[in-house]
Design a protein around this ligand. Sequence first.
Ligand code: MG
Length: 248
Amino acid sequence: MVIIKSLEEIAIMRQCGKIWATLMRKLKKEIYAGRKTQELDIMVSRELEELGAKASFKGYQGFPCHLCISVNSEVVHGIPGERILREGDIVSLDLGVKYKGFHADGAITVGIGEISPQAKELMAATQGSLQAGIAAAKCGGHLGDISTAIQSYVELRGFSVIREYTGHGVGRALHEAPQVPNFSFGGRGILLQKGMTLAIEPMVTAGDWHTKLAPNQWTVLTADGSLSAHFEHSIAIIDSEAEILTQL
Ligand code: MG
């Protein structure tokens, strides 16, 4: 069931989003060649504690870390560890922040140093599709408008959207109804209403959209080894247009 939030609840989610943005800005500066991904996880843990917030992902269905770091052909749910980031990598950072009983969820993909033209185009298409999806998230519209906007934007640029993972409602729970697919699902879906809070998160690949699971049973990889990018914002539908809660 879709949970409609009051303006007071959305105000708390706005605070979650501000904490998310503060941390994501810091993290972005820490993404460079030679960085061990585990060091970033430790940093997030420390910073969240200082801000009086918690990592939404830590312990979620047993997830072992505070954020997901997915590199190159890793789509989502990459586990920080011994991996050393290198020049030319594209790195997706996915972070959920829990504060005063609510969550904000968001992701960005950043390149390290000189990245390939294909990687640049993929990242731009993914980020652009997120903006297109958010622009379609308005009162009186339908959920499927978001999905269609994202898919069209991506496919017009020659890339593919992942089907097996979707965006979602967000609020007191990290994952609430409804699912927010990044592809047309037939029909327009539910009506979008004031007070709905959604995490919209296109995951896009340069090749085919099929995925496989890494041996760690968490990290999702493109089946064909192609590059993947991921951008996500938590939004609130307030009036005719959506407010981005995780604005960087
Ligand atoms: Mg999410």
